[in-house]
Ligand binder design. Sequence first.
Ligand code: FAD
Length: 387
Amino acid sequence: MRVLIIGGGVGGLAAALALRRRQLPVAVYDAAGPASEPPARAEPPARVGPGLWLPPGAMQLFERWGLAGAVQGAGTVLERAVVQTAGGEELWSVNLATGASFEAPSVALSRGALTSLLAERLPAHVLNREATCEGFSETEEQVTARLAEGTEVGGEVLVGADGADSGVRRRLFPSAAPRETGRVSHWGVAPAPTDDPSERDRVLRDLWGKGARFVLLPVERDRVFWCAVQRASRAPRPRPNPDDAKASLADDYAGFPGPTGALIDATPAEAITRVELQDLAPLDQWHRGRVGLLGDAAHAASPALGLGPAQAVADAYALALAFDEHDAPEAVFAEYENRRMNEARRVQRRSRQLGDWGHAKSAWAHRLRDTALRLAPAAALRRTLFS
Ligand SMILES: Cc1cc2nc3c(=O)[nH]c(=O)nc-3n(C[C@H](O)[C@H](O)[C@H](O)COP(=O)(O)OP(=O)(O)OC[C@H]3O[C@@H](n4cnc5c(N)ncnc54)[C@H](O)[C@@H]3O)c2cc1C
C-alpha cells in the first residue's frame, strides 16, 4: 500500500521512517526547500519556533527506531526543568536525569537539527522538496495529490502532516479552522550567556510574570532558544522597524530575572519572529476515506506545554502500528485515531488551560496561580509534562 505524506516536518518525516520500517512504500512531499533555503511557499517564514524539546516518552520512541543517540548528540540532554516567578522565586522544578524519575532523557534541540537528522535517514527518492500539495482527489481504489507545478502523484493512502494551517485538513473538514488563543509570541535564538562550558545551563527554564512568560531552552552547545509569550493586549504591536519591536519587547521583560534581557539584547532585531498564537478545537475525526491527518494538522495545540513535536512523533508511531493491524485505509485510520485521539485531546485541552492560567490577568489570579503551582503534587505535574 503506497502512502503519500504531505508535509516533511517532524511529524511527516517521523511517519515516513516508521512506515518504511514496516516495509511500506512511502513518498513525502514538502513545500519547503532544503534546510538552507527559504520556504518555497509565499508565506511568512518560521511559522513554528526554531527550538523544541522531546520529553522521555518521545525519546523512548526514538530509542526504538535506533535514533536516540543521534538525537541526543544533536541537542542538549536536559538536567532539570524549572518554573520561576518573574521575581526569580522557584515555584517548581523536576530532575530530568534518567533514572531519577524517568526511564529516558529529555532533549532540547533545534528544529532544523531534528528534521535534518530524520531526513538524512530517508532515501533521496522518498523526500520531495519544493513540492507543494494544492489538492487531492479520491476514487475507490486510490488517492491522487496535485502538486503546484502541475504534477500528479498517486497512492492508496494520503496522510496530511502539513502543520497547523493544514490545506489537507481544510479540504477534508472545511469548518475546522484554527482559533486565536489571545496570546502573542516573540522568539529568537541567541548565544548562551556564558563562555565557560562548565557553566553551561542544561535547564529548561520557564519564567512566569503577570500576563507574560519567558521560556529558555538550551538547544545547542552554545545557543539558547528563547520564547516570550504575552497576552495579545500587552504584547508589542507589529512594527515596521524591527529595532522598535525589539526595544519594546526588552522594556516589557526588563523586570525578568537571569539572562532574559541579555538574550533579547543578543538577538539581532530582524531575527526576532512575532506570531499570534492559534490552536485548533479538538476534531471528532481525523480522517475520511483514504485521507487522514497527523501532527498539528490533526490536533494543533497552543505551544504552552511545548508538547507538539512529541505528539507528532507519537502519531507517527501509532500510525505505523495501525498499518500492522489492518489493511483497509479506513480501518487503519480508525485504529490510529483510537490509539491517539484521547491523549491528543488531553494535550490540546491542557495546553489551552495552561496558556490561560500562565497569562492570568488580575493580580489575585496571578498570586493564586503561583500558590497552586508551589503546592501542586509533583507527580501530577510530571505526568502532564513528561508522559
Ligand atoms: C505558531 C506556532 C509556533 C510553535 N512554536 C513552537 C515552538 O517554539 N517549539 C515547539 O516545540 N513547538 C512549537 N509549536 C508546535 C510544533 O511546531 C508542532 O507541534 C510540531 O512542529 C508539529 O509537527 P508537524 O510535522 O505536525 O507540523 P510542522 O512542523 O508545522 O510541519 C508541517 C510541514 O508541512 C509542510 N507543508 C505545509 N503546507 C504544505 C503543502 N501545502 N504542501 C506540502 N508541504 C506543506 C511545511 O513546509 C512543514 O515542513 C508551534 C506551533 C505553532 C502553530
